[in-house]
Ligand binder design. Structure first.
Ligand code: GRF
Length: 200
């Protein structure tokens, strides 16, 4: 299966996925890395791994759907079977979500459905939770709402700052995202209502 990874920033999750494709854990090819930010470090990581990249500037397009149509055009060319959002800071249009229905996954740093949005870890910390952690989920029309594939609990310590907590959450992200992608690629995920069943 060909997969595409969409990133806007550092790309540490992209790196974890690249590593797990290279060592054979994920039986798929990363056929394209797409970014809406030409300065994203994720692009360097992709290039270093010999993965093709595509940078599109949202300013060059007349709205969200026009941008997404261009992305889709490129994904089709590569016969992409799974779209992986990894720190992609753009909301997808309804058109994109329909086009790749049940074939788009995202990772969120907090235990959904708590603390949706851009500052999941900061919000969780400010709320005083004792446990948080990353969630991998399918993407549907609503923000951070789709069926949950995997989650991992991370304990919050009294002395935690956003940075220290994020560091431990990221470590877990880098394990569960490749795992979820592997399960998808192997055809072992089945969405049943709000639940994702994992076939053995
Ligand atoms: C991760 O914390 C992820 O949960 C969130 O964006 C961040 C991306 O980090 N969606 P990176 O670019 O993969 O390092």
């Amino acid at each position: 299966m060909n997969i595409a990874v969409l990133c806007s920033g550092n790309g540490s999750n992209l790196q974890a996925i690249i590593d797990k494709v290279l060592d054979g854990y994920i039986p798929a090819k990363i056929a394209l890395v797409v970014s809406d930010n030409k300065s994203a470090f994720a692009l360097e990581r992709a290039k270093k791994a010999g993965v093709e990249t595509l940078v599109l500037d949202p300013g060059d397009f007349d709205g969200r759907e026009a941008f997404d149509r261009e992305v889709i055009k490129n994904l089709r060319k590569k016969k992409i079977g799974l779209v992986v959002l990894a720190g992609y800071m753009r909301l997808l249009s309804g058109h994109f979500i329909k086009e790749y229905k049940d074939k788009i996954v995202n990772i969120h740093p907090a235990l959904l459905p708590s603390f949706k949005g851009t500052h999941g870890i900061r919000d969780a910390l400010e709320h005083g939770v004792k446990v948080t952690g990353p969630t991998v989920h399918f993407v549907d029309e609503k923000l951070d709402n789709g069926a949950i594939i995997l989650q991992k609990a991370v304990e919050v310590k009294d002395a935690d700052t956003e940075e220290s907590l994020l560091g431990r959450v990221h470590k877990e992200e880098h394990k569960i995202y490749p795992e979820a992608i592997k399960l998808f690629v192997e055809g072992r995920l089945k969405i049943v209502g709000r639940k994702v069943k994992v076939k053995s």
